[in-house]
Write a protein that binds this ligand. Structure first.
Ligand code: CDP
Ligand code: MG
Length: 703
């Protein structure tokens, strides 16, 4: 398999890039949005809030910020912020725009995602995730450095987008009051209860060397229905950008497929061997699935005659290291066909050129929340009709294409019209914590674009109370609530770190939180199951997956450090990749975990915590895990299933767990995932009697 040249995107533009610049310029001019540049600028000037709807690939995300910059919207040093629901999109688009502008990434054009900030004081166009902008508002409630905020991919309706829309509505109102000098002496109250005290953000004083202007807000969406946004923003104007779409032939299967992964594989090779040139985009549900399909494609490819082997695979999913993400955008070498294996990130967030064939199994991994049990899980669910249409549309961007739906047409008719907004189907604890930290106490009264389920609010408040983040009056508890809000992690992980500080096992917990933040550290190819099991034995701990992950992390760090003594950094890292391969450890995931570890360690140290280790005292460490993850405690039942104590839900241990066979009496787990069964993943054995002792607020005897 020829390897593609690595793309160092932090480097300066090359001197010989003149031809490339010209080509980019040409591409820019031919985008559908280019013909309405003037009109868009006029509309933004006239309207403080504007909604822009346009077909995916029409140039909204890459072009509009450049038009605004050139149109003078950053005068006085203001920044244009563009939010994306996904990390990959923020990074890849920023890189593209930097290239189009002919500037090094991180200067005039930059990005910021959790654990990775590529911006500087000279950044004017800043791509960032919606979650990160929410975090920024904690430090700067009036978002004073931004002159324009573009909420991109608003149709995705992630929970962060929805909360952000509410906050921005408030911030915009406050800032226009300030601009009109309507401010009273003490404070300004925005809608939604966001209170800016005089002096808080120094509203009237020049900020970042300039006077705070009103905030321009632009909502961008790929779906045609702009009504919901327009209504929410008091009848804001919506502009439609005409896209370009070629016809796409839609093919359905005759029967439902029992194994969509296998069906996808067969379809990939059918296209590769029988259809005319053109790249293939396959929608899959997550990293694990993508990596397993990637291996299977390579395996089958090896069995083909050499002339038919000109097929290259490119994965793209959110946690893929950024330099790898960018490879997906490079054209395949002449004579080769590209197969892009993507999560639903390729649905609307990123546009990859060259695609002629789309394979759509009709499923997606989605967060699901059961308000009755208070349990959130990651489920493989059917897509909506809107999603299926977006997916097939990817095949018709540059010419006529084909979309292979791996389900019968009758199935499509049963899909929901559109996807339910995430805020209606996820645990709200994290955003509640952030809203509380912003001083917004009345969560049910918050002006959401769509109100979350009341029971879900109550449930989330309850679990935050049990974790010690809120007082009985539902106020942020001091100091735990404030500390938890400061950490960019799910509440349970933040709590684990805070407790680990008291238990003197912060070093171990930092590793665990980092390792749990990535998908699948181990992989087990179908043809090497036994070998991978034997490899795992060197690290496995009878106490469970957490301690096993700790062993892997430590072993890899030790290996790398030793190697660095006698080798160059590059050589040592190469050796580490080899070590990973031999041990069936996913080196991508491990590297991501190391990155996350570095970043959380920094946050923790900034909070004044000292990082100490519990040495060999794993009992203490397991007790700390029990004290933090007590809401996820489960007890073995006579039939071998487990009952989650806080909710009564019956679940099974996932076969990938170290404890799958030994089945201890009582465990805590990290995540619940549902396919056909309810599985718990990443478990640690605990003693049942620890629960009333370590979490009496949840398991104590009622008086
Ligand atoms: O946001 P929207 O879907 O309207 O389009 P866009 O993301 O601004 O993409 C406009 C064009 O830029 C597309 O035709 C892409 O092929 C191209 N593009 C690219 O080549 N590489 C990227 N990293 C991003 C966009
Ligand atoms: Mg876009």
């Amino acid at each position: 398999m020829p390897s593609m040249a690595s793309n160092n995107y932090h480097s300066q533009p090359k001197p010989d890039s003149f031809a490339r610049r010209q080509k980019l310029e040409q591409q820019r001019k031919s985008l559908p949005i280019a013909s309405v540049e003037k009109r868009l600028l006029e509309e933004v000037r006239k309207n403080d809030t504007l909604i822009i709807v346009g077909e995916t690939g029409s140039g909204k995300t890459t072009q509009l910020p450049q038009y605004l910059l050139n149109g003078g919207f950053c005068r006085d040093g203001g920044v244009i912020g563009i939010t994306q629901p996904r990390r990959v999109a923020a990074v890849s688009v920023a890189k593209r725009v930097a290239e189009e502008c002919g500037v090094p990434l991180g200067q005039k054009v930059g990005y910021a995602i959790r654990f990775d900030d590529a911006t500087s004081s000279s950044t004017r166009i800043k791509y960032l995730t919606d979650g990160l902008l929410l975090r920024e508002s904690l430090l700067d409630p009036s978002l004073s450095k931004y002159s324009v905020i573009i909420v991109d991919e608003a149709h995705e309706r992630t929970i962060h987008t929805d909360v952000l829309l509410g906050l921005l509505k408030s911030v915009q109102k406050i800032r226009s009051q300030v601009a009109n000098k309507l401010m009273s002496n003490d404070s300004i109250k925005g809608k939604n209860g966001l209170l800016l005290k005089a002096g808080h953000g120094d509203l009237l004083k020049p900020c970042h060397g300039r006077k705070l202007p009103p905030l321009k807000l632009i909502i961008m969406s790929a779906s045609l229905d702009a009504r919901v946004f327009s209504e929410y923003f008091s009848g804001a104007k919506a502009v439609h950008v005409q896209g370009r779409q070629y016809p796409v032939d839609i093919l359905y299967t005759l029967q439902p497929e029992t194994d969509y992964v296998d069906a996808a594989l067969i379809t990939i090779f059918q296209i590769h061997l029988e259809e005319s040139p053109g790249d293939i985009l396959v929608f899959l549900t997550g990293q694990e699935e993508i990596e397993s399909v990637e291996r299977l494609v390579h395996e089958r490819l090896r069995q083909l005659p050499e002339a038919n082997q000109k097929l290259l695979t490119f994965p793209i999913f959110s946690s893929l290291p950024s330099e790898k993400q960018l490879k997906v955008f490079m054209p395949a070498p002449a004579g080769f066909r590209k197969v892009i294996l993507a999560t639903n990130i390729a649905e609307t967030s990123v546009t990859i050129s060259g695609i002629k064939y789309v394979i759509d199994p009709g499923v997606v991994k989605a967060r699901t929340y059961d308000a009755d049990t208070g349990i959130e899980s990651l489920d493989i669910v059917k897509t909506s009709k809107a999603q299926a249409l977006q997916r097939s549309g990817r095949a018709g961007r540059e010419g006529p294409g084909k979309c292979y739906r791996l389900y019968p047409e009758s199935e499509f008719e049963k899909f929901e019209n559109s996807t339910t907004p995430e805020i209606k189907r996820c645990d709200l604890s994290n955003v509640i914590l952030q809203l509380k930290a912003l001083g917004i106490d009345d969560i049910a009264g918050f002006d959401f674009i769509e109100k979350p389920n009341r029971i879900a609010i109550v449930r989330s408040l309850e679990s935050l109370f049990l974790l010690g983040a809120l007082t009985e009056e539902s106020k942020l508890a001091d100091p735990v609530g404030h500390q938890m809000a400061r950490l960019p992690l799910e509440p349970m992980y933040s709590k684990a770190l805070i407790l680990a500080n008291q238990f003197n096992c912060l070093e171990e917990m930092l590793i665990i939180v980092a390792m749990l933040s990535v998908e699948s550290i181990f992989y087990a190819p179908r043809d090497k199951l036994e070998e991978s099991r034997t490899a795992l034995k060197c690290f496995s701990s009878p106490e469970g997956d957490h301690l096993t992950l700790l062993n892997v992390y430590r072993a890899s760090t030790e290996f790398l450090e030793k190697n660095k003594l006698t080798n160059s950094k590059e050589k040592a890292e190469k050796n580490l990749r080899k070590w990973c391969k031999e041990n069936f450890v996913n080196s991508r995931s491990l590297r991501h975990a190391q990155d996350i570890h570095r970043q959380i360690k920094k946050s923790i140290e900034q909070m004044g915590f000292r990082i100490t280790s519990c040495g060999d005292d794993m009992l203490l460490f397991r007790r700390c895990l029990a004290a933090s993850f007590f809401l996820n405690a489960a007890l073995k039942q006579p039939d071998g299933l487990y009952r989650i104590l806080s909710s009564g839900l019956m679940v099974q241990i996932h076969p990938s767990s170290i404890l799958f066979r030994s089945k201890p009496e009582c465990i805590i787990f990290d995540k619940l995932v549902r396919t056909n069964n309810s599985y718990i993943r990443n478990l640690c054995r605990i003693d049942y009697l620890w629960l009333p002792e370590l979490a009496p607020q949840c398991y104590g005897f009622q008086e």
